[in-house]
Structure formats: C-alpha cells, structure tokens
Design a protein around this ligand. Structure first.
Ligand code: SAH
Length: 366
C-alpha cells in the first residue's frame, strides 16, 4: 500500500515534499492512482471536457490541422498529446483534422502517457482511426519534426510544491506524520513547516515574492520543466503547444491542492493512491516561463470564449440536425463547457509557440 511505503519513508528520512507525496500517490507503478486504473468518466472519479462532448476534441483537431497548414504542410508532422487519458480527445481531433487533404498522410500521432492502464485504453480508442501512433514517456523522446502538442488537464496533475512565508523567509511546506490521537499507535499524514527554500525561492511566482508572513504559495517545477522541453524542441523546428487547464489568470496566494475520488473531494493527504491529486495551474507563471524561454505566449483565453469563437455553436447546430433526438443533450454539453459557472471561465487555454507562426486559432493577436 502506498500509505505504508510513504510512512516508512517519512519515518526513516523525515518529512517529504508535497511533490514527492503526489508522485507516489499518483504514479507508483503498482498502487498509484493513475497506474492502476482508468479514473476518467461519469462512472469513475472525474470527468473532463473531451469526455463531456466530442465537439471539444473536434475543435482541437481543427487547430492541429491549421497549425500544419501554417507550417507549410510539412510531410513529417508530429501530433503530440501529453496525458491523453482515454484517447477520446485525440480520436475526435483526428476525425475533424482528417478532412484536410494530406494531413493524415503527413502526421504521426505520439502519445506521452505515464499510466500503463490508460495506454491500453488509448490503444483501443484510437485503433479504428487508422493513424500512425506511437507512445513515449517524455517529450525528449519524440523524434524531431515540426509539431503540434496538446495537453488537456495534464499540467494540473504535475506534482507541486508548497511554500509558506515565515518570519520574512519562504519555507517549504512538507508532509510528516502525527499520532491519530494522543497516545495512539496509528499515525496520519500532516503538513509541517520545513526548512527555508533558499535558492528555490526563485520558484515562488514573481508577483507573490514579497507576501506577508503566513502566506502560502504553490510552486510548479513541473510546468517549468515542460516549458524548457518545449523551448528545446522548438529551437530548431516549428512547434506549437496548447494547454487547457483550470486555474487563475494571475498568480494567487492560497492552497489549491485537492483530492477527488468518485467526483467528491476528500482531504488531500488521506488514503494516498485512492484519489486524483491536482492543484490549480498558475497561468501567469506559465506564460512568463514560456516567454523567458524564448517562446511566444498567447492567452490565457477562457475556455468558454475560445470554444464559441472557434465555432462551437455552428458545430452543435450541424450535430443537432443530424441527430434531433440529442438536441437537448448537446445543449447541455455546450452549457457545461462554456457557462462561466461551469467550465467556461475557470478553465483556460495557453498557447506557447516557436517564432514565426501566425497567432493560434481562437486567440486574439498578441
Ligand atoms: N487529457 C485527458 C486526461 C486528463 S488526466 C482528458 O482530458 O480526459 C491526466 C492524464 O495525464 C492521464 O492520462 C495521466 O496518466 C497523464 N499523466 C499525468 N502526469 C503524467 C506524466 N508526468 N507523464 C505522462 N503522463 C502523465
């Protein structure tokens, strides 16, 4: 069990970072949340935009095809997805993109997936597409070539660290153990104040560096790694990366670590491995990191606005006409994806591009 492994680790080496706790809980190859099962869908733990409506992936597919056209129709194009889940978004994207003559012949689909269980689901979902498909475990392992990279709800599950401002200095917030009750033999995971961050204080979002004592901020080293990998890849070949995720447009103070199991929240340190652990993406820091790595950053664009600007309603009208019985279901899908109380505003898109590409579809120039 993951809880036992983590307890042993803390007993022998002292408190661990939240990132270490998340990594184990989500990706332990035997008992990790993602490693062992398919958690996505109405009957499982959480639901995502591509699982709500086929229109979501279709519009992503149009961006992929437009990107290929913008790059001058290269014949060795890579369509890369980070964290493809059940493969639903890619399947819908390919259905839309294949209407562009030459796109499928030029394109190799590359899936970056950590979970063996989900890889099997992806293979099943995407088999019928007839596309050339390969799997790798990291971006650095993808063969060279012009590329479009997409990740929906990928960045939110990259392990985060947390820091607390204490006596004018940033300290890491760690996970330790405490007796369940006074005198009891059992222990629970608890947050504890760790040592000063030192050098790593530069991971604190710029806007928040001078916060008052007691402030808690989240550090997203995983996002920076992804940005660095993109910059490396895009230095020599054209590339566009599109991330869709949830979080504020500007860096905010506060603890957003959450655990979701069967569509319900549970305390984040309780029963590691049984729930999805995520934290809000900090779009401001993501864009800043992109720019300082030499990429062009577009966004953050609210999901609802983006989908409408991309023609969601026109697509819905066509779908409703061919399937009149589904009219109200399609209307409900639009509401869930675009309403500002639903996913329309909290979810946002950011595009990180190599130089010399026109602005991505659905984003205003700049
Ligand atoms: N994009 C899908 C799934 C989102 S869940 C959807 O929208 O439905 C997050 C996905 O990212 C899962 O497939 C998970 O296994 C994968 N993942 C998370 N961290 C990863 C990492 N470091 N490397 C590769 N895949 C990862």
């Amino acid at each position: 069990m993951i809880a036992d492994t983590l307890r042993d680790r803390i007993r022998s080496g002292g408190p661990i970072s939240i990132a270490a706790f998340m990594t184990e809980a989500l990706f332990d190859p035997r008992h990790g949340f993602y490693a062992t099962k398919d958690p996505i869908g109405a009957g499982a733990d959480f639901i995502t935009a591509p699982e709500i409506s086929q229109m979501f992936g279709e519009l992503i597919g149009l961006v992929a095809a437009q990107t290929w056209l913008d790059m001058g129709r290269p014949d060795d194009f890579k369509l890369i997805e980070m964290g493809p889940g059940r493969g639903t978004m890619m399947s819908d994207a390919l259905r839309a993109a294949r209407t562009v003559p030459g796109f499928m012949e030029a394109t190799e689909v590359v899936l970056i997936e950590a979970s063996a269980a989900l890889k099997a689901v992806q293979a099943q979902t995407l088999g019928p597409s007839g596309a050339r498909i390969g799997w790798v475990d990291r971006l650095g392992a993808v063969a060279p070539g012009p590329s479009f990279i997409v990740g929906n709800e990928f960045l939110d599950c990259l392990p985060v660290r947390q820091a607390i401002r204490h006596k004018g200095e940033w300290h890491e917030r760690l996970v330790g153990l405490a007796p369940t009750d006074e005198g009891s033999d059992t222990t629970d995971f608890v947050f504890v104040l760790g040592p000063p961050l030192g050098q790593d204080s530069n991971l604190v979002p710029e806007r928040l560096r001078d916060a008052d004592d007691g402030a808690l901020v989240e550090l997203r080293p995983g996002d920076r790694q992804v940005v660095d990998q993109l910059a490396e890849r895009f230095a020599n070949q054209p590339g566009r990366a599109l991330f869709i995720d949830y979080g504020p447009a500007t860096s905010e103070i506060g603890d957003t670590l959450q655990a979701i199991r069967a569509h319900k929240k549970q305390p984040p340190l309780q029963n590691p491995g049984t729930a999805d652990l995520t934290a809000r993406v900090d779009f401001e820091s993501l864009m800043q990191a992109g720019r300082s790595a030499g990429l062009t950053a577009h966004g953050p664009q609210p999901q609802g606005q983006w989908l409408v600007d991309m023609g969601l309603e026109a697509r819905a009208a066509v779908l409703s006409q061919s399937r009149p019985g589904k009219r109200s279901e399609i209307a409900r899908q639009i509401w869930r994806l675009t309403d500002i109380e639903q996913m329309g505003a909290l979810f946002k898109l950011v595009c990180l591009d190599s130089a010399d590409l026109p602005p991505p579809p659905g984003f205003s120039a700049g």
